[in-house]
Write a protein that binds this ligand. Structure first.
Ligand SMILES: Nc1nc2c(ncn2[C@@H]2O[C@H](COP(=O)(O)OP(=O)(O)OP(=O)(O)O)[C@@H](O)[C@H]2O)c(=O)[nH]1
Ligand SMILES: [Mg+2]
Length: 189
């Protein structure tokens, strides 16, 4: 029978631990809609320790793997002013998620990019979810998504979270980035 040896390389995560994905962004950009599309019904809501701010956690099951998804309160900056912003900052910097989804209202892209840059500077892997693309289109505007991704150096995924458009690509990217290697043994969800 094989036994564990001291020479085994330390792993970034315990094999049984689920990778964690934190959803952040300004208030009212579609974070909670995305959270529910990713997690479905496996959700718990609790106050963040020592605060009155509620934080929802849920499980995303995809291709036989489980990922913890956390929906954070809206924030404008990593320099916190409100209690909500303090909680969002603490989840990001103390709990150290494996991946951050920065949800942006595509109509407010320019105003939001400073927060994207702050997030990238924390060193946590960031993916930009460019939401409300329907409203951007309705306003007759477009965004060069590929050029934006290239300039930021992180993936940018356009979505309409309300209708679910683009959400499968978000799931796929979470899986690609965080799934444990060689453990995709069960059937596809
Ligand atoms: N048109 C459009 N509306 C959207 C889209 N995604 C979300 N919404 C709407 O935007 C509003 C805000 O969505 P939420 O998911 O509650 O936003 P949030 O970022 O969680 O907001 P806070 O928790 O207050 O920070 C809701 O009325 C949603 O129905 C989208 O892609 N297009
Ligand atoms: Mg919300």
């Amino acid at each position: 029978m094989a036994t564990a040896t001291a020479v085994e390389k330390p792993r970034r995560r315990q094999a049984h631990a689920r990778p964690t994905v934190l959803i952040v962004g300004n208030p009212n950009v579609g974070k909670s809609v995305l959270f529910h599309k990713l997690t479905g019904r496996y959700v718990t809501v609790s106050n963040y320790p020592g605060t009155t701010v509620e934080v929802a956690r849920g499980l995303m099951r995809y291709r036989g793997q489980e990922f913890v998804i956390i929906d954070s309160p809206g924030m404008y900056s990593l320099v916190p002013i409100t209690e909500e912003e303090r909680v969002a900052r603490r989840i990001l910097l103390s709990d150290r998620p494996d991946l951050v989804l920065h949800v942006i209202d595509a109509k407010n892209l320019a105003r939001t990019l400073p927060l994207t840059v702050q997030l990238i500077e924390t060193g946590v892997p960031v993916v930009v979810v460019l939401n409300m693309m329907d409203e951007l289109e309705r306003a007759g505007l477009t965004i060069q998504v590929d050029a934006l991704a290239q300039q930021l150096g992180v993936p940018v995924l356009p979505t309409v979270c309300l209708s679910g458009q683009g959400v499968p690509a978000v799931k796929e990217l979470i899986y690609e980035r965080l799934a444990a290697p060689h453990s995709d043994l069960s059937s596809r969800d």
